[in-house]
Design a protein around this ligand. Structure first.
Ligand SMILES: NC(=O)c1ccc[n+]([C@@H]2O[C@H](COP(=O)([O-])OP(=O)(O)OC[C@H]3O[C@@H](n4cnc5c(N)ncnc54)[C@H](O)[C@@H]3O)[C@@H](O)[C@H]2O)c1
Length: 421
């Protein structure tokens, strides 16, 4: 078996942590049990380009139980948990190509190693695997039945491919399921982003001004969690509706040019580029902390920051995962996890209990495309509403939460138009 991981000897620790996450992923566990009996993915090779975390390990175990031959690489150079990679190779026999901190070339070499396995299904987080396949291996694209995509940024890229007529197989936008983005992006990113900032810096949030760039699902989660810990939260936006929502949720909304002067901690979660750039660095206070939780490391213009600090190699490690840039006049700015996803670079990513729903969507969508893939067109599909509702029902069940059911009279009332004032 081919693989490329940091150290197989880390498998015991990985095994322990994967089991811990599994105990908090009951919906996925119930799907795994059914998959083991029904084998809906039998005979398929599935290439997963995901953050190699304990939660992902449990998803891959589920896909394997369903009969798939699974092969994996990382969807981010910094997010791999090396002990998990080791356990996947040693215990599950899954070829993993991922090493925490891998450089740009190794990252793409690992994507290529996974594509060399000629998958019939892709499971992507950010669309790097799918775009690499389309760009470099046009002859191989036809082998793929269908795929799934995990995150907002990946779905945006796929819609652009679809609009260009470039997309050549169907992909399900797992991100867009309600049981994914309403929970994973909001509560998962909200908590784990602060977790990453705190683990990296040990900063006290109470009393600090924390600036959140972007008030989408992730931004709402970060803002509300930061407020809960006593920070004064400022939101920046470019969308009037989202900005209005932030104002009515009780946050101060400012242009970044103004927020830059006030902020102690900055968090970008926009999916956009250059959200923090030269003019903002110039306005910031000494000691400001900069973190990104959007998918790619382009939200903080690190090139401009390095230039302001006097050159490309001017950053100094102030603590593990924290780089210090000293600007003219001696002002210091601190960047966490090299501007990459702070929750995965400096913490463990989302808690398992929320990934339970995201990855239940992945597993059930893989089953759906295995069955329906041949009848689908080469476009971006929504998660079937039945899958979304079933996951919410299962999650509530596992939480011991019961809800009401409509009486026949209510059902009739809600579907009629004759009853008025
Ligand atoms: N850290 C994680 O684990 C994690 C989890 C889920 C999603 N993500 C990523 O986080 C990013 C945001 O995801 P989302 O689901 O919240 O997306 P979203 O589309 O719901 O929200 C993004 C918001 O950013 C705003 N925005 C865009 N450009 C901006 C700018 N220059 N300044 C201020 N605001 C701007 C948009 O108007 C929008 O309201 C994406 O890249 C997504 O892939 C990360």
């Amino acid at each position: 078996m081919n693989f490329d991981i940091a150290d197989p000897a880390l498998a015991a620790l990985g095994r322990q942590r994967i089991a811990w996450a599994d105990a908090n992923m009951p919906v996925l566990a119930s799907i795994r049990e059914r998959f083991a009996k029904e084998r809906p993915l039998d005979g398929l090779t599935l290439a997963a380009c995901l953050h190699v975390t304990t939660e992902t390990a449990n998803l891959l175990r589920t896909l394997q139980a369903g009969g798939a031959r699974v092969v994996t690489c990382a969807s981010n150079p910094l997010s791999t948990q090396d002990d998990v990679a080791a356990a996947l190779v040693e215990d599950e026999g899954i070829p993993v190509f991922a090493v925490k901190g891998e450089d740009h070339d190794t990252y793409y070499r690992h994507l290529d190693a996974v594509l060399d396995e000629h998958p019939q299904m892709t499971m992507d987080d950010g669309c790097d695997l799918v775009s690499r396949l389309h760009a470099d291996r046009p002859g191989q694209v036809g082998e793929v039945l269908a795929g799934t995509e995990e995150t907002t940024t990946g779905v945006i890229r796929l819609r652009a491919m679809e609009a260009d007529g470039a997309l050549r197989f169907p992909i399900v936008a797992v991100n867009d399921a309600d049981t994914k983005h309403m929970f994973d992006n909001r509560y998962g990113t909200g908590q784990s982003t602060l977790d990453g900032i705190i683990r990296a810096t040990n900063v006290l949030l109470a009393g600090k001004v924390l600036v959140v760039a972007g008030y989408g699902y992730c931004g709402k989660g970060v803002a509300s969690r930061a407020r809960g810990m006593g920070a004064q939260v400022v939101v920046t936006e470019i969308d009037p509706l989202r900005a209005l929502e932030a104002v009515m949720d009780g946050f101060r909304v400012l242009p970044m040019a103004d927020a830059a002067r006030d902020g102690d901690i900055f968090v970008t979660v926009t999916g956009d580029r250059d959200v923090l750039r030269a003019e903002h660095f110039a306005a910031m206070k000494d000691g400001a902390i900069l973190a990104n939780s959007g998918h790619f490391d382009i939200e903080i213009d690190l090139g401009a920051l390095a230039a302001a600090a006097g050159g490309a190699d001017q950053a100094r490690e102030a603590r593990p995962s924290v780089d210090e840039y000293v600007l003219e006049g001696g002002k210091r700015l601190y960047v966490i996890a090299q501007g990459r996803l702070v929750n995965l670079g400096a913490a463990e990513g989302h808690p398992a209990a929320v990934m339970d729903m995201s990855f239940a969507n992945q597993a059930l969508c893989a089953e759906w495309v295995a069955k329906e893939g041949r009848s689908l067109e080469a476009r971006v599909y929504q998660v079937p509403p039945d899958i979304d509702r079933e996951i919410a029902r299962l999650k509530l069940d596992t939480m011991g939460v019961r809800i009401d059911v409509l009486t026949p009279e209510q059902q009739a009332y809600l579907s009629s138009w004759t009853v008025g004032t």
